[in-house]
Design a protein around this ligand. Structure first.
Ligand code: TRP
Length: 476
């Protein structure tokens, strides 16, 4: 599916394939799992409103900035940033955004594999449930026929209490990610993105319709879309919304620079960035509309935290006609959505290591896989054995964060926005205007608007949110 251009650089076979692959990187556990978790713990509507503003005004313009760095550079993330800096007569130190991105993405992947491990576990349990349903002669019945809604909600706490199982599931996901990246990302990932992402999207819409009809849809809509304006100005909610926008769009100096390098010359990066941002946000909102009606109808708390998705959807699958099949299909597709993201996360460091040190892909992938697995163990164990450890109490806002929350929070609330800030300053002020403007594919008012957002709004807003996030007392 991927043809080589005369210069030897692999290209996506079509514009659609590039959009789907980049959307494949963007759409993942960030939408299904992290968006509802964050919306639930940050007050619902206030968070959703800020999140949408962050996507439109900050993240989408930066998405275009990153993909253009990649397409212009045709190298690894750091290599492409250095290239554009040199061509612009600027210091190669501007590639700091990609260095920061590489570190952040490695840390993100470590806990991402832990959460993806939960998905693997639910593939197992829903697969067994499907087997029971089929052998009980009720293949079209609900999921987990032998359980009650209460016992289904206990599955997550039981998994958390079992460190060996958590780490085992995590290791399965790490190994799969490494195997794909070791073989070379493009063929496998493009195929997965082109077929599985659309399948996933339709299944999710079906589940949402079911949740809307049977759950407490009115309350969910109210929770997600009528903001409590007193919370909109809360620094913690602002930095969570900004962090989620970066996380969900795979921004922050990594994946999108890397994928931009695979886009062909005739791809209009301006319009495709808009499409990707829109699709990613739509999936997050739809996932929210699938999960929150169930949260309210089964009496869970919206701020239940990272277990929310895994406690609500299985309950809905249990009650739903055909739920046994839907549950299994959902977790398998969620697994692929996670895999298209995790592969993009690992590709960043592997692409750079192979380019810089000339080692083989597979050595780089296995080496990084080991590091990621080891770091991830800390996150996995923070739900049990290491539950009392507070690794970064000296950073304001992280006094009570365990390992998992520390890895998740510090990357999305600090590293990714910081990398985005450097990108905005570099593209808005330093990089050669002619090169940059030509790469965007934008003209006229759209181009001026984008330039304004990148040069002025992004740096100012990101700085303000970063500073307020760290020092909320500044607001009084
Ligand atoms: N965006 C992905 C998701 O929503 C996660 C992801 C992939 C990511 N690559 C990234 C996050 C790079 C930050 C940076 O699941």
């Amino acid at each position: 599916m991927v043809a080589s251009s005369p210069s030897g650089q692999a290209k996506w076979s079509s514009k659609t394939a590039f959009v789907l692959a980049a959307t494949g990187s963007a759409v993942g556990l960030g939408n299904l799992w992290r968006f509802p978790t964050e919306a639930g713990t940050n007050g619902g509507g206030a968070f959703v409103l800020l999140y949408i503003l962050c996507v439109v005004l900050i993240a989408a313009p930066l998405l275009l900035s990153e993909t253009l760095i990649g397409r212009h550079g045709q190298r690894s993330t750091i290599g492409s940033a250095v290239h554009l800096a040199r061509q612009s007569g600027a210091s190669p130190a501007w590639s700091a955004m990609a260095v920061l991105g590489l570190i952040a993405n490695t840390l993100i992947l470590s806990f991402y594999c832990v959460v993806a491990g939960w998905v693997v576990y639910f593939i197992g349990t829903s697969g067994m449930g499907l087997f029971e349903a089929v052998s009980g002669g009720n293949a079209l019945g609900g999921a987990y026929p032998a359980q009650s809604p209460d016992s289904i909600r206990e599955m997550m706490p039981a998994l958390f209490a079992n460190p060996g199982l958590l780490v085992g599931m995590q290791s399965i996901f790490v190994i799969l990610t490494v195997v794909i990246v070791a073989r070379g990302v493009k063929g496998g990932i493009e195929a997965a993105a082109v077929w599985l992402m659309p399948a996933f999207f339709f299944l999710l819409i079906g589940i949402t319709l079911y949740a809307a009809m049977t759950g407490d849809f009115a309350r969910a809509v109210n929770f997600l879309f009528s903001p409590d304006f007193s919370r909109v100005t809360e620094p913690g909610v602002m930095s969570s919304a900004l962090g989620q926008a970066f996380f969900s769009l795979s921004l922050g100096g990594g994946a999108m620079i890397a994928y931009g390098a695979y886009a062909s010359r005739d791809t209009n990066l301006g319009s495709t960035s808009g499409t990707i941002a829109f699709a990613d946000t739509a999936v997050a909102i739809i996932a929210g509309l699938a999960i929150f009606p169930i949260v309210f109808s089964v009496g869970l708390q919206p701020d239940a935290g990272p277990t929310l998705m895994f406690q609500t959807l299985p309950t809905a699958f249990h009650l739903m006609p055909g739920g046994a099949i839907v549950a299994f299909a959902f977790f398998v597709l969620a697994f692929f959505a996670a895999l298209t993201s995790s592969v993009s996360l690992l590709e960043i460091s592997v692409g750079w290591i192979t380019e810089k040190f000339g080692v083989s892909r597979s050595a780089a992938a296995w080496g990084m896989g080991l590091i990621i697995f080891a770091l991830g163990i800390l996150s996995a164990l923070s739900f049990n054995i290491l539950a009392d450890q507070r690794p970064i109490p000296f950073i304001p806002g992280f006094e009570n964060a365990g390992w998992f929350d520390a890895f998740d929070g510090i990357t999305s609330k600090l590293f990714l926005p910081l990398s985005g800030l450097i990108t905005a300053l570099f593209i808005g002020w330093v990089a050669d205007k002619k090169i940059v403007n030509a790469e965007t594919g934008l003209t006229g008012g759209a181009l001026s608007m984008w330039r304004f957002l990148v040069a002025w709004l992004c740096p100012l807003a990101v700085t303000a949110i970063l500073v307020l996030g760290l020092f909320p007392q500044l607001l009084g």
